[in-house]
Design a protein around this ligand. Structure first.
Ligand SMILES: NC(=O)c1ccc[n+]([C@@H]2O[C@H](COP(=O)([O-])OP(=O)(O)OC[C@H]3O[C@@H](n4cnc5c(N)ncnc54)[C@H](OP(=O)(O)O)[C@@H]3O)[C@@H](O)[C@H]2O)c1
Length: 264
């Protein structure tokens, strides 16, 4: 009866993780969301599946995450097999460092991203550690991005995604540090990029839709083999295969949905 916590499960890739994981009736899936208003499809999934438990917690709110961990603990007799952190802040995606109107605005962008994407991730992992320690599996996967890879950033020549890319790169390092500290206990960590995924189909503003399509076109010019964005179903299927096969010898690495450094 493996148990999974998916943090950031209201929609997008988190919702798809819950959908695929809960399709196996012997899995128990705890879906952490910060806002039930955006989670209507998740509630529909829960209606047809007895093995989905929805809990409210913003990963940047340590008290809420502790409450969620207590609820998981009492439902599983104290253990957890897998923690998958999907939630992330991703704003000001098209601004370069030079495009912020003031230093205050730039600082605010960097600190807000750091607060959720680094501190939120680190404290969520720490909060669930006692449960993971009591389980036999001890696996933690955190969603990262090719925008956190220096070589990919330089070759794509995109000076935007400032707070997002910087905080995700810091998050990868935080995951590596935790992986090293917990390797002697048999923990397996992975920072995993999902590829370019059309996870927001039908809910982008016209402006963001144009940017998304333009980015896909630009990548096709740079990488002629790139076939365009993949679906959440494809991405999560590939990521779960990587997560399930990842070993303690590979703990702490930052890889793509292919399990290597091919980001797209
Ligand atoms: N889609 C891509 O092409 C792509 C590429 C590279 C990396 N990624 C990474 O993949 C992950 C998921 O992306 P996505 O495309 O599925 O994004 P998405 O469609 O915007 O979904 C993000 C989910 O995370 C939740 N969330 C955000 N901040 C949260 C917080 N502080 N606490 C709890 N939940 C929170 C959101 O909840 P609300 O509904 O409340 O907003 C939403 O359910 C992110 O880590 C992202 O950086 C995605």
């Amino acid at each position: 009866m493996p148990s999974y916590v998916v943090a950031g499960a209201a929609r997008g890739l988190g919702l798809e993780f819950v959908n695929q994981l809960s399709s196996k009736s012997d899995h128990t899936v705890f879906a952490l969301i910060r806002n039930s208003a955006t989670a209507s499809t998740l509630y529909e999934v829960q209606e047809s599946r007895e093995n989905v438990v929805i809990l409210e917690a913003d990963i940047a709110d340590s008290v809420a995450v502790e409450e969620a961990a207590k609820a998981v603990e009492s439902a599983t007799s104290g253990t957890l097999d897998y923690l998958i952190i999907v939630a992330a802040l991703a704003t000001n995606m098209n601004k370069s460092i030079l495009a912020f109107d003031s230093n205050e605005e730039l600082n605010e962008d960097l600190l807000e991203h750091f607060h959720t994407n680094v501190l939120g991730v680190v404290h969520t992992i720490k909060t669930f550690l006692p449960l993971l320690r009591r389980g036999p599996t001890k696996k933690v996967a955190v969603l990262s991005t090719g925008n956190a890879d220096l070589d990919a950033t330089l070759s794509m020549a995109n000076p935007g995604r400032v707070g997002y890319g910087i905080s995700k790169a810091a998050m990868n390092m935080a995951v590596a540090k935790l992986a090293l500290a917990l390797k002697p206990e048999g923990f397996v960590f992975v920072s995993i990029s999902p590829g370019m995924v059309d996870s927001k189909a039908g809910r982008r503003s016209p402006e963001n839709e144009a940017v998304f399509q333009k980015t896909a076109e630009r990548i096709k010019v740079l990488l002629p083999d790139f076939e365009g964005p993949i679906t959440p179903e494809q991405s999560v299927d590939m990521m779960l295969k990587v997560i399930h096969r990842w070993t303690v010898e590979e703990t702490g690495q930052f890889v793509s949905h292919y399990g290597n450094k091919q980001w797209l």
